[in-house]
Design a binder for this molecule. Structure first.
Ligand code: SF4
Ligand code: FES
Length: 165
């Protein structure tokens, strides 16, 4: 379920269910994205352009933003699909994703399962790690952090410190 964190100039939303725990958010701006605090996202801790730039690095679409100040909204002129080595398909560009329950969400970025083992299709949920899935593709940089304590194992939602905020 998507949670909303409203700031003065930008609104941020986060859906833990589709996060693939790469850690770009925590690395991107420590004052805006901080785990030992509730809420973990404080959009006003940086200027809106910086918040938007960090969020656009989130590959899964777990983090989205909406500018409230008339600033640039995320937009991609085309849609690209890139296989990630031993992992999901990375989609960048606006797509409508139909979830298993039939609901449709418009996303500007998504990581979609290609190993067949996700318990949350069509999204990747890192079960490819447990399945030891191997396939060629581009490399992802994974940042070890409290949301990704073990690089080669999927993290349970119940272990993620952001589930409560
Ligand atoms: S996919 Fe990565 S950048 Fe996006 S919310 Fe999850 S940990 Fe943060
Ligand atoms: S590719 Fe990640 S769970 Fe299938």
């Amino acid at each position: 379920m998507r949670k909303v964190y409203r700031g003065t100039d930008i609104e941020v939303s986060f859906d833990l269910d589709i996060c693939i725990h790469i850690g770009e958010c925590l690395r991107g701006h420590r004052a805006v994205f901080q785990l030992d605090r509730r809420p973990w996202v404080l959009p006003d801790e940086a200027d809106p352009d910086t918040v938007a730039e960090v969020i656009e690095r989130c590959p899964s679409g777990a983090l989205l933003y909406r500018r409230l100040d008339g600033g640039h909204q995320e937009h991609h002129a085309s849609t690209t699909v890139t296989p990630i080595r031993d992992g999901p398909l990375l989609v960048v560009g606006e797509i409508d994703v139909r979830r298993e329950d039939g609901t449709i969400e418009k996303l500007p970025r998504a990581t979609l399962c290609r190993c067949g083992h996700s318990l949350h299709k069509p999204f990747c949920d890192n079960q490819h790690l447990a399945a030891n899935f191997r396939a060629p593709g581009a490399r992802f940089k994974i940042h070890i952090s409290p949301v990704r304590p073990r690089p080669r194992e999927p993290i349970e939602k119940s272990e993620d410190p952001r589930r409560l905020s």
